[in-house]
Design a protein around this ligand. Structure first.
Ligand SMILES: Cc1ncc(COP(=O)(O)O)c(C=O)c1O
Length: 378
């Protein structure tokens, strides 16, 4: 049986045509045509004033923190369950990450845990739209306002998601997206920073171009900064994907609906939640195994691999990683963030790429039925 990968894009003749055009013509006076079209279109789609295309979401998060003036001595709150790209840029600017627990249903930052993690040193929180879901943004905004804390929305995984009819990326002071090859909208590698704050955007534009003022023709650097830009070739590819965004998001939701249908009745598995306030774009369809089964994610991943099916572990809590062994120790954080530890131990991301068909989804669900029955019989 063919190998089923866990993620992958949907590329059509349009992406190939736009990228070929950028390769042939996106130079000299036209070098900025595709980046500008992509940025303008993206800002309009998200419903924000400004967007700038970047090499990655990691660089976007770095710029967001730097533009907010966050540095040594400051604390930034992040959900414990996310990819390390959310938290690593906090260290790049010399600040300290503080890990907070997630909500049991959305798997995103829990507002109460967020508030408990606030100290006089807290300057910002990075709220992650995990696997395409969204946190209770109203509650989080109210807490941030009360304490004077900036919000960065890490929408890396959530292009096309919505909360109360507003698009992911339009919340907080600034938001970031990833266009890595596994994402719903891809440019191979790439990212976008979006904001409606004019002051932050001006700062970002200077920081991303070695400290030059936008429009500077004399190569005068006002400060030592960074070089974070996307090429016209990638922007052309991204523009083609953006013009197809409705069908990309609709297909993700359709793939989820196949899983939901074929797993209906399998009450030992919980799939991604969608609250009435939220439209989930289901970047990664994720199965949380009932704790009574006693099945750890590593075993599920291995058993699926035996059947030529790829999967990924739910993000290990950041606080459990060797990279953060000097930040208080796993036992301390496990006591503070029990849900992040509990859910991460027994959840896997299932194949969610655009190559999925309903019959491939059936193959995956049958494999899960087999794995669970074998456990029930042991
Ligand atoms: C939640 C989250 N934040 C940030 C990133 C970083 O994105 P990039 O790989 O584009 O730097 C990712 C990428 O997978 C992510 O999932």
């Amino acid at each position: 049986m063919d190998w089923i990968p866990v993620a992958g894009p949907w590329v059509t003749e349009k992406e190939v045509r736009y990228t070929a055009d950028a390769a042939a013509n996106g130079w000299y006076g036209s070098h900025n045509v595709y980046p500008e079209r992509f940025e303008r279109g993206f800002a309009e789609y998200v419903g924000v004033a400004h967007a700038t295309s970047l090499p990655s979401c990691t660089s976007a998060l770095h710029l967001a923190l730097a533009a907010l003036g966050i540095g040594p001595g400051d604390e930034v709150i992040v959900p414990d369950a996310t990819w390390i790209a959310t938290s690593a840029p906090i260290s790049y600017v010399g600040a300290t990450p503080v890990f907070a627990d997630i909500d049991e249903e959305s798997w995103c930052l829990d507002p109460a845990a967020f508030e408990r993690a606030i100290t006089p040193r807290t300057k910002a929180a990075i709220v992650v739209d995990l696997y395409g879901n969204m946190a209770d943004m109203d509650a989080i905004a109210a807490i941030a306002k009360k304490h004077g804390i900036a919000i960065i929305e890490d929408a890396a995984e959530a292009v096309g998601s919505e909360y109360r009819g507003r698009k992911a990326g339009s919340f907080g002071d600034v938001a970031t997206f990833s266009f890595h090859g596994s994402k719903t909208l891809t440019t191979g590698e790439g990212g976008m920073l979006v904001t409606s704050r004019d002051d932050l955007f001006a700062r970002v534009l200077r920081l991303r171009d070695h400290g030059r003022e936008p429009g500077d023709r004399l190569f005068i650097n006002q400060e030592v900064a960074y070089k974070y830009k996307m090429s016209a070739l990638q922007a052309a590819f991204g523009l083609a994907q953006l013009e197809r965004i409705e069908e990309l998001v609709a297909r993700k939701r359709e793939i989820f609906s196949w899983y939901a249908r074929h797993m209906n009745g399998l009450n030992s598995i919980t799939l991604n939640h969608e609250a009435p306030t939220t439209k989930n774009s289901y970047w990664m369809i994720t199965a949380v195994l009932n704790s009574e089964l006693g099945l750890q994610k590593e075993e599920v991943i291995a058993r699926l691999r035996d059947r030529n099916i790829d999967s990924r572990p739910f993000f290990s809590p950041l606080s459990s990683l060797p990279a953060y062994r000097h930040y208080g120790g796993e036992a301390f954080w496990k006591g503070r963030n029990p849900l992040s530890y509990n859910i991460a131990a027994r959840a896997v991301n299932l194949p969610s790429g655009f190559n999925m068909t309903e019959s491939l989804v059936e193959r995956v669900t049958h494999a899960l039925y087999d794995i669970i029955s074998a456990v029930n019989n042991r």
